[in-house]
Write a protein that binds this ligand. Sequence first.
Ligand SMILES: Cc1cc2nc3c(=O)[nH]c(=O)nc-3n(C[C@H](O)[C@H](O)[C@H](O)COP(=O)(O)OP(=O)(O)OC[C@H]3O[C@@H](n4cnc5c(N)ncnc54)[C@H](O)[C@@H]3O)c2cc1C
Length: 389
Amino acid sequence: MDLALSQRERELSALGRRFCDEVLVPLEIVVDEHGELPMERRAALRQAVRDWGLAGINHSKEHGGLGLTMLEQTVIEEQLGRVTNGLWSCVWRPPVSLKYGTPAQIDAYLRPSIQGERRGCFAITEAEAGSDPRRVKTRAVRRNGEWLLSGEKWFVTSYNASDFIIVHAHVDDDPDKPTLFLVDKPARNMVHLRSPKFMHNFAFDHAELRFEETPVPEDRMLGKVGGGFDLTKSWFVEARLQIASHALGAAIRAAETANDYATHRHQFNRAIREFQGVEFMLADMAVEIFAAKTMLYRVAWEIDQGADPKRVHAHASALKLYCSEMAGRVIDKALQVLGGRGYMRENPVERLYRDIRVDRIWEGTSEIQRVVIGGQIRKRGLGIYSDWH
Ligand SMILES: Cc1cc2nc3c(=O)[nH]c(=O)nc-3n(C[C@H](O)[C@H](O)[C@H](O)COP(=O)(O)OP(=O)(O)OC[C@H]3O[C@@H](n4cnc5c(N)ncnc54)[C@H](O)[C@@H]3O)c2cc1C
């Protein structure tokens, strides 16, 4: 059993770390104070992603991406996860579903997205449809050789950084026909209702959109009628690994900050780490990080070994659940070690505390992950988690 990272994996991890420290971290306070990444900073940041060789991190060389393994992507994303205010999202990851498009769609959407010339956002969630996407009310009807989309979408992340939207709609109002559509901006009969404020200040917005018989050309359907879930599912595994990687990076930064502070902060004539109450918090943080990192690299490695997709699906849910909850616990303790300073907005741990909360909600809430894990145990037995193949 060889658990060592290769030279290449170590280099990519170091690249991610330098990009995070030198390019992204200097923008954290700007985003926190401005509420999002100012428009005038965006083009330069896109160029920096290209210059640093980080464009197309999650796509094959065939489509112009970097052709990285999942473990290689993971070690980079872990480092990007150190940054606050969702600035990691500036290193784009075009949706995997795009690679299942027609050759014309791949040329028009995927290739330019990989180069950072285009960007897409994903619109599934609605007021009445969150964890249960069968409740989606957005419908698509075919009329006079085009599709007409009608409905309302919520929480569309990065809408204001995107020039197209991948919309999940039910053809003819039929929940058995979930289907994806590529909607170019600006779109006729599409209204940007608002971009509300959230607990975190994120690099880009989370918009609410209304489609009022928005016309979409026939050739902008992605995949086939009824194929929407299968395409979205392919994104879930990747998104869950990405969240786990970011959560781990965030937890490590918070623990490092707390560990350093505990050495230099003196109260009652001694470094606070000499109080067992503080040292035990540091110990718990370290152990949680140790466990999460081992789990993350294992799941990424399994994907690279071509493990059974069902097994990968089961493991990715457990990983997302564990890492997102672990980060919450670790960052909470880190903030406690920092005392009042940890509660100040200028302190990265305060921002990490707010940022990390959403990781237990998006891409499947913690409860939905437990539903998946429970179902896997029922169907396949506990061995899906307890065996080591
Ligand atoms: C900042 C942010 C960005 C987002 N970005 C996007 C985006 O880009 N595109 C997009 O389409 N969506 C996006 N979302 C939406 C996100 O995916 C949903 O919020 C998530 O799926 C949960 O749906 P919901 O909020 O409607 O909660 P609900 O599904 O209403 O859940 C409410 C509560 O009930 C629990 N619950 C629901 N069903 C079960 C069950 N079967 N068993 C046990 N408990 C259950 C949930 O776990 C939760 O605690 C974003 C959300 C946020 C907050």
